[in-house]
Write a protein that binds this ligand. Structure first.
Ligand code: C2O
Ligand code: CU
Length: 511
């Protein structure tokens, strides 16, 4: 079979739908349209029925009013500078409970260092590139100024081998973030270049432990001695990117967290995988989700059903009772119902301690945005693939690969409803830099997500609408976080300009 025949085979359902607009597609469309009408009409709020519905402009004004104060527009005044030194270079690191592996690492650690700062502190990171390739560092989810966003050719030139760059920013949000290169990500991240940035609350919250679990998977050579050096393979590009068979938490195969009865811990989950998604099961534990993608939720939420796609974070507030003493809890990934596997375990042991008592931090002001469904879609992003490009297949946003992107203009401080339409049969965790958004609908049905995100997973043929009020002006990347899809073209730029730049320009062109 030729490679092209194989692609045809793998993409069969996708090509069929693409080239033969069959009944199936019509039925699907009709169903989505019908459910949109039904959901729009059945929104319970009394002021939102047909008669009293507002005009789009005032509807948008109402949405903006709801958004006001949802999260800080500016960073708090800097209370000091935290300096970090970080070097990226080829290293040998002991992974998987004692196997020496050749990796590329930040400060010879995989995962890279956990940078901890307090909200209000300025991060100053002196970075040196000792890799055989250019690189940059992007701080995922952190609302930095555009110049510090680490995107080659968009916010900074790539940092050449042997060169240095200093990243400096004051985080605006307390929460769980991470960082990774934005050059040849599918190779550099897979080789081990990623780390966590924890921005702690002020005053601190009083959890008895604050734990980071970095979820990652590795594709190794058959003898398990090396990272498989074949990146962006045809199979990776045709499917959901590079999924490795070796799944680790903090680079361990059997990570075990030890807690004492009575403890109340904060568990920060970060998915740094190139492509794999996880649905960790916390059954049997008194666990609540308190933050998604670094941002606190409106209220503590049941962790059942949460998925961490590449890039996502999830923070949990877990309490252990005295009765649980001696118990061992397995945290199992159930993303694929056919193949579940244990990620890590939690052992409750030792002398009981007094449970810290404080209010859950999950009490963010999250706009309900029920009126959002009456606003027009600002831009639709259609996700699909085609043959061609330097890797043989190109992933596209609105029929364009990144090499040919057209920026989408957004206006700072204004309401935008964006739509992602997955026309492919693959997964696409779509990530927007520098902003948070809220999922409004999935496949036409209103979504119940009382929190913001920076990355949302689209399953095959999903249509997801999100609400976004961009705050920070600049050129912000929007891309699939399956790094092989991003590498083969699935990236574009959201160009956020300030609301008065129009009038400035208007004045400027006057003679
Ligand atoms: Cu983690 Cu451009 O993203
Ligand atoms: Cu994708």
């Amino acid at each position: 079979m030729t490679l092209w025949r194989k692609w045809q085979h793998v993409f069969r359902s996708q090509w069929l739908l693409r080239y033969e607009p069959s009944m199936l597609r019509l039925i699907l469309r009709a169903a989505i349209a019908a459910s949109l009408v039904v959901s729009a009409v059945s929104i319970p709020s009394c002021s939102r029925d047909k008669e009293t519905r507002q005009e789009p402009a005032s509807e948008e004004a109402a949405l903006l009013k709801e958004f006001k104060g949802a999260y800080a527009e500016e960073a708090p005044p800097s209370t000091g500078i935290r300096e970090f030194e970080m070097t990226a270079k080829p290293s040998v690191v002991s992974l998987f409970e004692g196997r020496d592996m050749e990796v590329w690492a930040f400060n010879e650690q995989v995962p890279g260092p956990t940078l901890r700062v307090k909200l209000g502190e300025t991060v100053r990171l002196h970075f040196k590139n000792e890799l055989p390739q250019p690189t940059t560092i992007h701080f995922h989810g952190v609302r930095v100024s555009n110049a510090m966003d680490g995107v080659p050719g968009v916010t900074q030139p790539p940092i050449q081998p042997g060169d240095e760059f200093t990243y400096e920013f004051t985080p605006k949000d307390a929460g769980t973030f991470w960082f990774h290169p934005h050059v040849r990500g599918s190779e550099q991240v897979e080789r081990g270049l990623f780390g966590t940035l924890v921005v702690e609350d002020v005053p601190s919250l009083g959890f008895s432990q604050d734990v980071v679990w970095v979820l990652d998977d590795w594709r190794l050579t058959p003898d398990g001695s090396k990272i498989d050096p074949r990146f962006n393979t045809g199979g990776d590009l045709m499917h959901d990117g590079r999924w490795g068979g070796t799944v680790t938490v903090n680079s361990r195969l059997n990570h075990e967290l030890l807690v004492k009865p009575g403890e109340r811990i904060r568990l920060r989950l970060v998915n740094t995988s190139n492509a794999r998604a996880y649905a960790p099961n916390f059954e049997g534990l008194d666990a609540k989700v308190i933050a998604v993608d670094g941002m606190y939720t409106e209220r503590p939420l049941d962790p059942a059903g949460f998925v961490l796609a590449p890039g996502n974070r999830l923070d949990l507030d877990i309490r252990f009772s005295e009765q649980q003493r001696g118990e061992l809890f397995a945290v199992v990934d159930q993303f694929s119902s056919r193949r579940t596997h244990q990620l890590a375990s939690i052992r409750v042991d030792g002398e009981p301690v007094v449970t810290p008592d404080f209010d859950s931090p999950a009490q963010a002001k999250i706009p309900a945005w029920e009126g959002a469904l009456f606003t027009p879609v600002h831009t639709e992003f259609v996700l699909n693939a085609r043959r061609g490009g330097k890797l043989g297949i190109e992933w596209l946003i609105n029929n364009r690969p990144y090499s040919d992107y057209k920026p989408t203009s957004l206006v700072s401080g204004q309401w935008h409803r964006l739509r992602f339409t997955n026309s492919s049969g693959r997964l696409h965790p779509m990530h927007i830099h520098g902003q948070f958004f809220k999922v409004l609908t999935r496949n036409g049905k209103p979504a119940d997500e009382p929190y913001f995100r920076d990355t949302v997973l689209l399953r095959p043929r999903d249509v997801v609408d999100v609400g976004l009020v961009p705050l920070d002006v600049g050129e912000w990347m929007m891309h699939c976080h399956i790094l092989e899809h991003a590498e083969s073209g699935m990236m574009t730029v959201l160009s956020v300009r300030s609301s008065d730049s129009d009038s400035i320009r208007a004045h400027a062109v006057k003679p």
